[in-house]
Write a protein that binds this ligand. Structure first.
Ligand code: NOJ
Length: 556
């Protein structure tokens, strides 16, 4: 058995982290919902893929009003997904394969089924129980007018009225009441939760909406939505990215550092890039997602700007950069790249969230170019995997999965769909259970079907099919992850001028080079040491001819 390198405090800096959305990964008990034992059963797959860590989206007890991001008990496992004993087994199965485990902490809001919220409802206005949340009287003589016209993240109002007439704030669904981070119980309880999982042996934490916890809603009346949106987000905004949120993370950092190795944390903070270093530094959470590439087109100029900017931000704050092309909240990147470039609808909404409605509903809209989208995705993925920093990959992207936009309204689960009355279909299309086998019940996901139907084309992208195809996305990811180990000795790179605006090339200090042709005209590069390519390439007379929308790695 390999020895788990427990004392490496810097393991996360250049790690490849694989995001598991547990309810859609693998279903061991045949109830249609993925579970913890399902993850354990696929530990060999993860090891063979070559990932350094997995990040598990929430697996805690939840009524699933928001796919598990409505947590009813932070220190337990949803009985439909298993038990704490199953969690421990999974942890040791992954650790014994040198794979670290990151769990998701959701501190901005609980589920309305959480015992605290239930107690708050019973205890009534002015009680200590209500003070753990953000309750407020309504406007108007009887308080029956909503405290403000703010719109929640999934649509609909941000306030819901309870039986005795008070209103509570929820920045997301009504089943996700916002916590009051000025309340000491709240602060103490999350420290307890962090210790609980760190004591069990988890290696790190992903912090949900890390920029929102602390709020100042002392003004009366509250600003309107328009006024709120106009307030600069500079540390003093009533709701977003307040400077005081760093006090919470300084306290957590002290707790993380009590462990050996210190626990890592990565912030999901949707803040302007100049404010990212506040989260991504050794005194705070340490690392932060960089979502710039989610919003970028498949475009060399945009990629170069984003890479340069984020590497310099990370270096300046003592962090390492992160690269993300897909996650459980956005349209999968082969689909985004299969839409016209720039991937924007006429109304300006970005394709990361809205590519699906565009494809589904606009008869004059674009046709998804599946093959081109996947080709570009392969090129973009091998480009980012060659960069210094850590890469977060989302389950199924190693299979080249496209978004499933065929889901029927009756099959939808995302609160976005319900709260916008179907106006926006939401994020279900990237959460359909993985195809493990080419055919059979739920493509090997579980013995009795799956909680989302899988489309006919899933078999072609299954693990079983791709295992047997040397050119498949799965084989490409495996090769890239294995070769990448040779690049992880340093955290720097230098751009190489290519003479073309649509071709990017960079060199790592060990002499390895990555060249990506974002254009369509082939590009010739002098080398005879091609180590990897996202499409088949030909090397002749000391030159590689790189076709359009293709990346090559060149050994040093
Ligand atoms: C961000 C998570 O990634 C998303 O899935 C969730 O809906 C919101 N935070 C609310 O928790």
């Amino acid at each position: 058995m390999s020895i788990f390198p427990a004392s490496d405090a810097n393991w996360w800096r250049q790690a490849v982290v694989y995001q598991i959305y547990p309810r859609s990964f693998a279903d061991a008990n045949g109830d249609g919902l993925g579970d913890i034992a399902g993850i354990t059963s696929r530990a060999d797959y993860l090891q063979q893929l070559g990932v350094d860590a997995v990040w598990l989206s929430p697996f805690y007890p939840s009524e699933l009003a928001d796919g598990g991001y409505d947590v009813a008990d932070y220190r337990n496992v949803d009985p439909r997904l298993g038990s704490l004993a199953d969690f421990d087994k999974m942890l040791s199965a992954l650790h014994s394969r040198d794979i670290r485990v990151i769990v998701d902490i959701v501190p901005n809001h609980t589920s309305d089924q959480h015992e605290w919220f239930q107690a708050a409802l019973k205890a009534g206005r002015g009680s200590p129980e209500r003070d753990r949340y953000i309750f407020r009287e309504g406007k108007g003589p009887n308080g029956d007018e909503i405290p403000s016209d703010w719109v929640a993240s999934f649509g609909g109002p941000s306030w819901t009225r309870v039986e005795d007439g008070q209103w509570y704030l929820h920045n997301f669904a009504p089943q996700q009441p916002d916590l009051n981070w000025s309340n000491p119980d709240v602060r103490a309880d999350f420290v307890k939760t962090i210790r609980f999982w760190a004591d069990r042996g988890v290696d790190g934490f992903r912090i949900d909406v890390a920029h929102m916890l602390v709020k100042d809603l002392s003004m009366d009346p509250l600003p309107t939505k328009e006024e709120l949106d106009a307030i600069p987000v500079d540390g003093n905004h009533p709701m977003w990215d307040r400077d005081e949120v760093q006090d919470v993370y300084a306290q957590w950092r002290a707790v993380f550092n009590e462990y050996d190795p210190p626990r890592m944390a990565v912030a999901e903070a949707w803040v302007a890039s100049d404010r990212v270093p506040r989260y991504a530094n050794p005194h705070s959470l340490g690392q932060s997602f960089n979502f710039d590439l989610l919003e970028a087109d498949f475009d060399a100029v945009q990629f170069r700007r984003i890479v340069t900017h984020n590497l310099s931000l990370a270096a300046g704050s003592g962090s390492s950069s992160t690269w993300v092309l897909s996650n459980h909240d956005v349209v999968r990147h082969p689909t985004r790249y299969g839409l016209p470039n720039p991937a924007r609808r006429a109304d300006g909404k970005p394709a990361i969230k809205h590519g699906q409605e565009w494809l589904q509903r606009d008869p004059d809209g674009p046709v998804l170019q599946r093959e081109q989208g996947l080709r570009r995705a392969r090129a973009a993925t091998t480009f980012i995997l060659g960069l210094p920093g850590s890469t977060y990959i989302y389950q199924g992207e190693e299979l080249g999965l496209h978004e499933v936009y065929e889901l029927d309204s009756s099959e939808r689960q995302d609160p976005t769909f319900f709260r916008t009355h179907g106006e926006e279909v939401g994020r279900d299309g990237c959460r359909v259970p993985l195809p493990w086998t080419a055919s059979g019940t739920s493509h090997g996901f579980g013995a009795n079907g799956s909680h989302f139907p899988q489309p006919d084309w899933f078999g072609k992208y299954s693990v079983e099919t791709e295992e047997g195809d040397l050119e498949s996305p799965l084989r490409m990811y495996r090769s890239a992850l294995a070769l990448r180990k040779q690049l992880e000795t340093s955290e720097t790179m230098e751009w190489i001028e290519t003479g073309r605006d649509d071709v990017l090339a960079f060199e790592r200090p060990n002499g390895w080079k990555v060249v990506t042709n974002f254009g369509t005209e082939p590009y010739a590069y002098a080398t005879d040491t091609v180590a990897l390519s996202s499409e088949p390439v030909f090397v002749e007379n000391g030159k590689v001819e790189i076709p359009g929308e293709t990346t090559v790695w060149i050994a040093g």
